[in-house]
Design a protein around this ligand. Structure first.
Ligand code: ASP
Length: 319
């Protein structure tokens, strides 16, 4: 039986603070296996280290979330960058977003293939254009103009994702494999600014052109220094319909809820739209929440004390 939902309390962390996720879904010990669990733990801890190095050096929350997500995009076990899931036709379509709580601005790209690190393209939209969201060829053109690394689409495709698309299970496993692995990061820097970043390949076998919550500002990604930074993962359609990340913000900023309670309430709204998922969120006071309604979520957090907390299953007491 798969037990859903993490009800562990929030963590009161000390600035600078960074939290990362590597996707929510059916992540349970007996199906994941020790090897994949160890690899996920390694990836999360490398991502935390990269982002925290930036924050410790006095870098901005925005620099930190981009650094943390870059590591996860380059790690092919996660559903972002190389190793992302494939569309129904076997194609690659990446989505990514960044949100800057200091300026309350955001940048995002959707349906791009060929940009090695989509999170950098999202940042380019934020910093180098008057726009918020660029799609497909327009986003790829911007990436080229900005000198970002562009690679052939085949470079992103791994044998594991091709097998998942074909419905082939690893030989040692009767249960379907966890196919998610969207990545994200949220941070609070020493200046008190918040930022969020999320990156994904979407869902296995999605129709070409499908857009999930990740690049939709207010659904999968959000940051406002007055309230919180949020990066979501899970059933994208339900997260879009519940305007998830903005719902967390509104519950904190307008309704005065504590960040942990706001995340739980927003996840409940997502459940009302028949979706499960999770999020990582950080507030301006250093509160970290990492709740989920799915069976598990790859997640980790670190603060000024430097002790990383990493979890993946319901019973892990990461926060
Ligand atoms: N939310 C992502 C999407 O719908 C998928 C995920 O987080 O697993 O594109």
């Amino acid at each position: 039986m798969v037990r859903n939902r993490c009800t562990s309390p929030v963590w009161q962390a000390t600035a600078p603070v960074l939290a990362v996720h590597g996707g929510a879904g059916r992540i349970v010990p007996e199906e994941l296996g020790a090897q994949r669990a160890a690899a996920a733990r390694r990836g999360l801890s490398q991502s935390l280290a990269a982002g925290m190095t930036v924050l410790r050096d006095g870098g901005s929350a925005l620099d930190a979330v981009v650094a943390a997500v870059l590591v996860l995009e380059d790690d092919e076990q996660f559903n972002a960058g190389r190793g992302a899931v494939l569309t129904a036709g076997g194609g690659v379509e990446h989505d990514a977003a960044v949100a800057d709580g200091a300026t309350r601005r955001a940048g995002a790209v959707t349906c791009v293939s060929g940009i090695r690190n989509p999170v950098l393209a999202a940042r380019a939209v934020l910093e180098r254009t008057p726009h918020v969201l660029l799609s497909g060829t327009g986003a790829q053109e911007l990436a080229r103009r900005e000198g970002l690394a562009v690679v052939p689409v085949d470079w992103f495709v791994t044998a594991r994702r091709q097998q998942q698309l074909a419905g082939i299970r690893p030989s040692d496993r009767a249960e379907p494999e966890f196919t998610g692995g969207t990545v994200g990061a949220v941070a609070l820097d020493i200046e008190g600014h918040l930022a969020a970043a999320t990156s994904t390949g979407g869902t296995t076998g999605q129709l070409a052109g499908r857009v999930g919550d990740t690049p939709l500002v207010g659904a999968g990604t959000w940051a406002d220094d007055r309230s919180c930074a949020v990066s979501a993962t899970g059933d994208g359609e339900a997260l879009i319909l519940s305007v998830f990340a903005h719902e967390v913000d509104a519950l904190v900023r307008l309704a005065g809820l504590h960040l942990g309670a706001a995340c739980q309430r927003a996840l409940h709204e997502t459940e009302l739209r028949a979706g499960t998922g999770g999020c990582i969120a950080v507030g301006p006071d250093g509160t970290v929440a990492m709740p989920f309604t799915s069976a598990g979520m790859f997640r980790g957090a670190i603060d000024a004390t430097g002790d990383p907390r990493i979890g993946m299953f319901t019973e892990d007491n990461a926060c």
